[in-house]
Ligand binder design. Sequence first.
Ligand code: N01
Length: 530
Amino acid sequence: MTKPQFDVAIVGAGFAGIYLLYRCRQLGLTAHVWEAGGGVGGTWYWNRYPGARCDIESMQYSYQFDQDLQQEWDWSERYSPQPEILRYAEHVAERHNLLDGITFNRRVATACYDEQDSTWTLASEDGAELTARVCVMATGCLSKPNWPDINGLGSFQGEVHHTALWPHTGVDFTNKRVAVIGTGSSAIQSIPLIAQDAADLTVFQRTPNYSIPAHNAPMDPQYAADIKANYAEMRARAKQSVPGIYGRYNPDSAMAASAEERHAEFERRWQEGGLLFMGAYGDLMFDQAANDSLVAFVHDKIRGILNDPDVAEKLCPKNIIGGKRLCVDTNYYATYNRDHVHLVDLSETPISTVNATGVNVGDTQYDVDIIVIATGFDAMTGALTSIDIRGRGDASLGERWRDGPSSYLGLAMADFPNLFTVTGPGSPSVFTNMLPTIEQHVEWITDCIMHMNRGDYHAIEATKDAEEAWWNHVQEVGQLGLKQSTDSWYMGANVAGKARVFMPYYGGFPAYCQKCEEVVGNGYEGFVLS
Ligand code: N01
């Protein structure tokens, strides 16, 4: 039997990979990380577009495993900008001496399980190999950029930049004519800042999105101090909320309130800003009339901001609010009041081609110097299926997931022993604050590895039955309420040819954590240890 080089091979040095490495070492496990990027930080390493920042408040979007760090680290703004989050990730890696356990600029091409030895062998694109008993994919939910299939994009003579692959040197928009394709969070954050510098900005919108003001501001020192004084309690309360985010959630029914009360509550939330806007009532995602009332409120807000009623109508989303992830912005809608900012509605006529000088829609040519591609990600599965992952009997994960993914708890798959995914499909992941979710997964996975070691088990594998039962549950819960009525990346609808399957677990963070604990309590129920 060949001895593996490490107990654990980790793919990805984002927040999940960093914490995995830390925790493995704390537990006396040997581990090594391969990371495609040139540094730690994952999504915050790659997404450097102007205005990139977190839509979860800084005091919550941070690790909680290191109490000293939690007390010492000072966030400068209510919502952290990308450079600050990246600095934080780098600081954690340095603080815990993790950098020597990470190989950067190494992209994993294949991961193969050897049944004889119960080991995984990773091979990189540059021909290196790494063997370990256990392999953990810490590859992120939104990490494989989605490129639009637009005729002629390669023939454009100017600069083309995807928001998720932004140049480290930045992009100079001064005096440039710019096209932005897409109007999701990445576009909504970057458009106001691009507009500040560009001579002319044209936004190509296929579907409008709902965006709520961030009301970002310098961190209130008193607020930060209050949270730090009660961090444990705040974190504990966050864990009890469905999205794992501490905040004020009103459980009441929207339509039980009078129209005036509803309006006042929506207005209060609009003034507070941020994602907790959806916490105004308990049934906004379950009752059509409740959702309609919130839609009407936001449409009025958009119409109130825009000077041009035609542009306002184009910016008013027609689908329910909350079907897609809400966007959180600074001056997004108001940016369209600027004379040099134009909106092109693609809902009826898509982009026909990109040619050497610009973007062509129908009979109109828009000549530009720079094209910003803000078309998002092959979410939840893309980073995993772009690695050739082979399990028992040469089972291919890519093949297995061709008609949509399936997983036990978003953590493990039948026929792929000793392989774990952090925040994989079937876990609450993108419906929650990712940091606590990542910590919960990392702790579950590393505890499981320690359980294997204590019992001298070579392999652990999810059973087909357990995976199927969980996945059916994920699908059932995904059909509850109004969420599934909107095409979104949650169900693969944004990627041409991708199977439409509801991927994240919609049952909430507390219910999910309870299930994970029960599985352990029942002796790793749904897994076979051998
Ligand atoms: O991507 P998106 P994103 N022609 O998929 C359009 C997280 N995030 O990068 O809706 C023209 O939301 C597409 O149109 P349609 C956050 O979870 C977080 O902005 O498919 N347009 C859509 O408008 C977020 O939800 C932060 O019709 C095309 C846009 O491109 C997730 O990442 C910040 C097109 C893609 O929007 C993804 O956000 C940023 C085409 N051929 C992102 N193809 C934080 O604040 C696609 N589109 C933490």
